[in-house]
Design a protein around this ligand. Structure first.
Ligand SMILES: [Zn+2]
Length: 94
């Protein structure tokens, strides 16, 4: 492999783009993750197989703390989970 280095920048770039844009590669960038997060969370909250519909998202979320944080707060929001603090502080009736 080291003997035949062709220095083919074009094919290298194409391969990179294919990895980023193509549906084949399971890898998702933070940008894609952010764009798909809405769909992903909605699918998951509705009980659908989110990871099957949007492959790579779960793997990215597991390996990317920043996106995982967004994912968790968005999921809480979509799921309509009320903040526990709000209920506790709502003691205006005494
Ligand atoms: Zn990320």
């Amino acid at each position: 492999m080291d003997a035949h280095e062709r220095g083919d920048a074009d094919s290298k770039l194409t391969g990179l783009l294919a990895r980023v844009l193509g549906p084949v590669g399971p890898e998702v960038t933070c940008e894609q993750c952010f764009e798909l997060l809405d769909q992903y969370v909605e699918l998951e909250v509705s009980g659908a197989h989110a990871d099957a519909r949007l492959p790579g998202m779960q793997a990215h979320l597991e390996g990317c703390p920043a996106c995982h944080e967004d994912y968790e707060s968005l999921r809480d929001f979509v799921a309509g989970t009320p903040a526990p603090r709000r209920d506790a502080d709502r003691s205006w009736r005494g």
